[in-house]
Design a protein around this ligand. Structure first.
Ligand code: ADE
Length: 235
């Protein structure tokens, strides 16, 4: 997958050079490229922002540098994704959809955001990381890139490791334990040591249901629930 990021702060993205996304770059499963749209500013001081018409606080990113930076990209059938708190909420379903693309372009705003003509003419997707306001889109883009890249084939060690993820199943994930079975008197649930796979599967499903009911009951409205799930939830 080719990922291009239009940003005024490319140095922030060194976080993606580590761990799993770093290895995905080394293994050429993804190619990440950063474009500083300040380099496209025709203003002699390299200015990219200006005050809003109609008044109000803050500065807006002006159309010219962003339009020119996008025009310089190779013409491909691609998404141009703007980071904005007024966008649609990013979630696992969006990550799964984007993971099927061959190219993604992330557009990171700063200050009060972009001139609306950038959204109207260039952007295909407007997405928000959540109901809070960041100082800029960079951390949001990094988070979304991380969530997408781990879904690409062969990026995680075991191909199954994201299939039981929280949200992929419509529920929060069940709790995990590893060795030792007894840590200073804190014991791993007996069922996990039983070797009985059917029982383990049932316990995990019930733990996922319990956790989701306690922490994110909203998810139960859209989760795919069996008759035995419903029976457990009513018990
Ligand atoms: N830029 C500022 N706040 C943001 C948010 N919540 N999501 C995405 N981009 C942003």
């Amino acid at each position: 997958m080719n990922i291009k990021v239009l940003t005024l702060f490319p140095d922030m993205f060194t976080a993606l050079d580590h761990s799993i996304v770093g290895r995905a770059q080394e293994d050429a499963r993804i190619h990440l490229e950063y474009i500083n749209f300040r380099d496209y500013s025709t203003n002699r001081h390299g200015r990219v922002d200006d005050s809003p018409y109609g008044g109000g606080a803050g500065m807006l990113l002006t159309p010219q540098p962003v339009f020119d930076a996008v025009a310089a990209l190779p013409k491909a059938n691609r998404r141009i994704i703007a980071m904005t708190p007024t966008g649609q909420r990013f979630d696992q379903t969006v990550a799964e959809e984007w993971a099927r693309e061959s190219e993604l372009v992330f557009l990171c705003g700063h200050y009060e955001g972009f001139d609306q003509r950038i959204h109207d003419e260039l952007v295909t997707d407007e997405v928000s990381l959540g109901d809070f306001v960041l100082t800029g889109g960079e951390l949001a883009a990094m988070t979304m890139i991380d969530a997408v890249v781990r879904l690409l084939p062969d990026v995680l060690g075991k191909s199954a490791s994201h299939e039981d993820d929280s949200f992929s199943t419509g529920l929060l994930e069940y709790p995990h334990y590893t060795r030792p079975a007894d840590y200073n008197g804190l014991r791993v649930p007996d069922v996990l040591l039983s070797g009985n796979h059917a029982k383990i599967e049932q316990w995990r499903r019930q733990q996922a249901l319990k956790r989701t009911l306690e922490r994110r009951p909203d998810l139960l409205e859209t989760a795919d629930l069996s008759a035995s799930d419903l029976k457990y939830l009513q018990s």
